[in-house]
Each structure stands twice: as structure tokens, then as C-alpha cells.
Design a protein around this ligand. Sequence first.
Ligand SMILES: Nc1ncnc2c1ncn2[C@@H]1O[C@H](COP(=O)(O)OP(=O)(O)O)[C@@H](O)[C@H]1O
Ligand SMILES: [Mg+2]
Length: 230
Amino acid sequence: MLISLENVSKTYNNGKIAVEALKNINIEITEGEFIAIVGTSGSGKSTLLNILGLLDKCTEGTYKLNGQDIGNIKDKVKAELRNKNFGFVVQYFALINDYTSFENIEIPLEYAKVKKSKRKALIVDILEKLNISDKEKVTPKELSGGQNQRVAIARALVNNPHVILADEPTGALDSNTSKEVMDIFQGLNKEGKTIIIVTHDVNIANYCNRIISIEDGRIVSDVRREVHEV
Ligand SMILES: Nc1ncnc2c1ncn2[C@@H]1O[C@H](COP(=O)(O)OP(=O)(O)O)[C@@H](O)[C@H]1O
Ligand SMILES: [Mg+2]
């Protein structure tokens, strides 16, 4: 089992008000799955994705990554596990505005302490894979939304993580560009990457072979399905 969540709950405690964002979540994720997490705004999707990606921790329950309980591991080890296993993509790309595509994609390689001499080849490869080799030297404001999302996906992939976590990755894109981005994810999934996407768009969820619906912090359905080429 790649990831297992057992009776996971998450309560945010900011001052006086406690928000129970996730309640008793049980999920098992196998390598190679392509999963959509769907639900209305405020249902707990991002909280769940952040816990899955080790960006946040649950307040109750057990998280196992490759069988290892990560509940009590040190922050430094957790950060290493995060960098090694997960690539993140978000709605508004989260690119650094005055960095070129190349420099943005280089960031996770710096974190992973990849030697400068080895970085270039990795970045050139990934730019090519995402069809943006000609955008290497430009900054985000010179690119369209779809091109920026490609740069962001390249950044998420450059460390060759096992799992891509994407929070509303098409939320800021028109429908044609969304389809292009989903085709990229579909291709990556075919190559073996595990992909987990948060969305409230049915068309996006239809790319996935498993749809987990959450409402008010609880899983209300978890369905595996056949995917026909869209
Ligand atoms: N950092 C936070 N502090 C307090 N409450 C939060 C925080 N993040 C999210 N919440 C609350 O947790 C619930 C779930 O939020 P979220 O996971 O962002 O939902 P979604 O991504 O489905 O819109 C919401 O009620 C939200 O207001
Ligand atoms: Mg969200």
C-alpha cells in the first residue's frame, strides 16, 4: 500500500473556534491510481490533500506512507519524505514572478540538494517533456495560464516524485486549456505516476479511475471506475 489513512480527523484550532475539517477519514491508495477528490467549497478537499502530501498533519488517526507510520517522525525526515515522494500543483501555479521557467523548475532540485552540474540536464528534459522548451528563459507574466501551469507541472515533476498532488489545477484555466492539462496528467498516469487531483468539475473527475467525494469533512462515496479516453 502506497498510502493509508486510518480514522484520520483534522481540527483547526484558531483562537476560540475549532473547525472540524476532516472526520474519520479512511482511504487506501495504491501506486498508479488516478484519483479525483470532489466536494463543494469548504468540504475539506484541500485539507485532505495537504495531509496526504505531508504538508499538514492530522489531529487524530494514522497516516502510513509505504507502510511507515509518519505520526511521530521528525520534521526534517518528514520534509525529506515529502520532497522524495510528492510533487505539488496548485490552481494559481505558485511560480516566482521574477524567475524564468528554468529557475522556477530548479527550485525543488535545490531543496533536494541536487548538484548544480546535474540540474541542467534534468530541467532541459522536463521542459521538453512538457513541450515548453522554447519558454525556458521567460518569466510567468510572458506566458499564458496554460503555459504557466505546464511550468508548474514541470516543477512538480523534476524530482521524479512517485505521486503528483494537484489542488484545482484547472481552476484558473479555460476548458480547452484544462483539457490539455488533464491530457498531461493522463499521460503521466499511464507512465505509472500516482495522481491525486482536487476538483469540483465533473469533466475533470471523469479522467480519473477513482472518485472520492467528501461532504462536510466526511467521505460520502469512494468509487472506482473504468476510464474511456476523453
Ligand atoms: N488554516 C485554517 N484554519 C482554520 N480553518 C481552516 C483552515 N483551513 C481550512 N479551514 C476550514 O476547514 C474547512 C475545510 O477547508 P478546505 O480543506 O480548505 O476545504 P475545500 O478545499 O474543500 O474548499 C473549512 O471550513 C475551512 O474554513
Ligand atoms: Mg480547497
